[in-house]
Design a protein. Structure first.
Length: 252
């Protein structure tokens, strides 16, 4: 069931989205060669604590997960696509890092992700990240009343040109981190649920540099990794559908 949000609720979600934006900015600033993923998770925890927000990630356990998620961010490095568990891995020169973060504030959730490089960037990584960001922008531009979910999916996939992991994409957001409807990252336009004011969606392209759509799950039961060893990027915003168009709730 899709829950339409009032203008007041969307404003509350914008407040949660600002916390997410601040957390992602702080993590990105702290990400240096030699810094561990656990240390980056601690940076995000401090931002949430300062804002009196909680994490919808911490302790989350969907049906596929063998254990609850242990962090407040997903930290996916190089060939990890999404859902990377923050651990003691220390960042190295040239790493490609994707950080996904959520915040719950006064009962409403914001969810966003960024990808960036540490140290000396590979040109191919910068192209991959730039394409992911362009795909996200295209998806957001398609998130307007009267369009359909398929129009977002088509816009994201058309902008990509890389591999897209099958079965993973965006979702509704509200009181819960994952609500209806699902938002695929590729597909034909003009299909699916019609977009209406009050819908709030997380749009999140995930791209695989090697061109394959295949992935495998690590023994931790969470981290999704490319099967060909190529790198991946993940970007995301929480977006409200309004009468005036799309409103990005997790913008800085």
């Amino acid at each position: 069931m899709v829950h339409l949000k009032t203008d007041e609720a969307i404003d509350e979600m914008r407040a949660a989205g600002r916390v997410v934006a601040h957390a992602l900015a702080a993590v990105r600033e702290a990400a240096r060669v030699g810094v561990s993923l656990l240390e980056l998770d601690a940076v995000a925890r401090a931002v949430l604590r300062e804002a009196r927000a909680t994490s919808p990630f911490l302790g989350y356990r969907p049906h596929f997960a063998p254990v609850p998620f242990p962090g407040v961010v997903c930290a996916s490095v190089n060939d990890a696509i999404v859902h990377g568990v923050p651990d003691g891995y220390r960042l190295r020169d040239g790493d490609l890092v994707s950080i996904d973060c959520g915040a719950r504030l006064r009962g409403w959730v914001g969810d966003a992700a960024v990808s960036f490089t540490v140290g000396r960037a590979r040109p191919a990584d910068l192209r991959l990240i730039g394409t992911a960001e362009a795909a996200l922008a295209a998806g957001i531009a398609a998130a307007v009343p009267g369009n359909r979910i398929g129009d977002i999916a088509h816009a994201v996939g058309r902008a990509a040109g890389y591999g897209i992991p099958e079965g993973f994409g965006g979702h509704g957001v509200g009181r819960s981190m994952h609500e209806d409807p699902g938002v695929p990252n590729e597909g034909p336009p003009g299909r699916g649920m019609k977009l209406r004011p009050g819908m709030v969606l997380a749009i999140e392209p995930m791209l695989i540099a090697g061109g394959t759509d295949d992935y495998a799950c690590d023994p931790d039961g969470w981290t999704l990794r490319t099967t060909d060893g190529s790198r991946a990027a993940h970007v995301e915003h929480t977006v409200a559908i309004t009468a005036g168009g799309s409103r990005i709730l997790t913008a800085p």
